[in-house]
Design a protein around this ligand. Structure first.
Ligand SMILES: *Cc1c(COP(=O)(O)O)cnc(C)c1O
Length: 445
């Protein structure tokens, strides 16, 4: 198990945050830049709050994960977990890097196809795929459906037969390992809803092999997300999966493919997640030498560090005991702090604020919930009305977890490419917020 670094006794400084994030740079006159684009210019052109993604970072991370897999001797196919960032431009860019899509809904299937990802590069996961969704997946003839229960096995077999089709399927097993991550994003324990108990997998896999309409291709696991406590839980899961492959083959059942899931964490504050090389090494150790096709479903690791949420200070409110920096982004935009108590770096955009003296502040949004708090007691400079800040590592589970709570329109999304940038999702308009709502006539005028 790789060493778990002792947590910092203090939050990382602005300089430490930027040092670990090569796409960001503080320019003495232009202020904080993402690649070659000053964030102040994006705020002027597009407004705030706005999600800003770095194309170079997405490309670099996709390539370094691919290189790590190749370095471990694995000919692995990566399917990007669309739920981490379903922006069509992000999906299209990753498609150019050779990634397929791991989807969990009809909407994600449509997004992947709209981004140009061919059906043969799409894998469908999830515990509650509806008949309608399964029918569409069969009609599109996607690469593989990962089945998560005995009930779903029967459901898909009956559906495929009624359509006169045979669908490639993998069985998602729950290896009962503790990913040692936040309880809301751990998925590989026996008490979680995901996958089938690994002890029941041999009988169920045999059943899949016997049922009509299904072509079993292998097994899948995904033990959780934002895994940062070393490589041991991955290694244990892949070792158990490898043992299961051997056991199934000994029963005469064909297993040609394993889908190793996603979950490798990133450093938001001072976490020290395992490297991509260590992840690839754990896969090779547990599953190499079995002649398997290997698949991977990374999400956060690829896109999390590639994005920031750009926000503007509405006002600073001096409370009796605390200073509140109230920004125009809120929990409806970036939900992670409210939902998972997660920590995000917050860096001022102006060069003067970057070097100014700091004092503790709570950074909050305008939403009428106490949990609409991004951080408490953070060392920040004076940030008067109109000041800009960047919330870091917001490229995964940021925009896609947004809502319109408090009737706040969804923020715009921008993709930066060197000195160029494009709006890749327009800011939602207020008309769009009301579109679809109706007042029935019986309520009266
Ligand atoms: C969410 C999810 C992923 C991606 O997880 P990350 O932590 O973002 O890498 C991969 N596979 C499945 C089945 C998922 O549900």
């Amino acid at each position: 198990m790789s060493a778990v670094l002792a947590p910092l006794s203090h939050d990382p400084s602005f300089a430490e945050l930027l040092a670990g994030r090569p796409m960001l740079r503080m320019d003495a006159s232009a202020g904080l830049c993402i690649e070659e684009v000053p964030l102040v210019r994006l705020a002027q052109a597009v407004g705030t709050p706005t999600w800003v993604y770095s194309a170079a970072t997405l490309t670099r991370r996709a390539r370094s994960l691919a290189a790590a897999l190749a370095g471990a001797g694995l000919a692995a196919k990566m399917h990007f977990a669309v739920k981490a960032n379903p922006n069509l431009a992000v999906l299209a860019l990753l498609r150019h890097e050779g990634l397929g899509a791991d989807i969990v809904s009809e909407g994600e299937l449509r997004a992947a196809r709209a981004a140009g990802i061919p059906a043969r590069d799409i894998v469908f996961s999830g515990v509650g795929k509806t008949l309608r969704e399964l029918r569409l997946a069969i009609a599109e003839d996607i690469a593989q459906i990962n089945l998560e229960s005995a009930e779903e096995v029967d459901m898909l077999s009956a559906l495929a037969m009624s359509l006169g089709r045979t669908m490639r399927v993998a069985l998602r097993v729950n290896p009962d390992v503790d990913a040692r991550t936040h309880a809301k994003i751990t998925t590989g324990r026996s008490e979680n809803k995901f996958g089938v108990d690994i002890a029941l997998a041999p009988a169920l896999y045999a059943r899949i092999c016997a049922l009509p309409g299904l072509e079993p291709v292998g097994l899948a696991v995904h033990i959780g997300s934002q895994i940062t406590q070393g490589i041991a839980s991955f290694a244990a899961a892949y070792a158990r999966l490898g043992e299961l492959v051997v056991a199934l083959r000994a029963q005469g059942l064909g297993v040609r493919r394993v889908d190793c899931g996603g979950g490798l964490g990133i450093a938001y504050r001072d976490e020290a997640p395992a490297s991509a090389q260590a992840w690839a090494g754990a896969i090779a150790a547990g599953l190499g030498g079995l002649g398997l096709e290997v698949m991977l479903e990374p999400g956060r690791w690829i896109c999390g560090p590639a994005g920031v949420l750009l926000a503007q200070v509405v006002l600073q409110k001096q409370g009796t005991a605390r200073r509140f920096v109230i920004i125009d982004a809120a929990m409806n935009d970036l939900l992670r702090p409210a939902m998972y108590d997660s920590w995000h770096g917050i860096v001022p955009v102006s060069p003067a604020a970057y070097v100014a003296a700091t004092a503790p502040a709570d950074v909050v949004g305008p939403v009428c919930e106490t949990s609409d708090t991004f951080t408490k007691g953070r060392a920040l400079p004076d940030l008067p009305s109109g000041a800009l800040v960047a919330l870091l590592d917001a490229g995964a589970y940021g925009a896609p977890m947004s809502s319109t709570y408090n009737s706040r329109p969804l923020a715009a999304e921008v993709l930066v490419h060197g000195a160029d940038w494009s709006v890749v999702r327009e800011r939602q308009g207020f008309d769009a917020l009301l579109a679809g709502s109706r007042i029935p006539g019986w309520i009266g005028g």
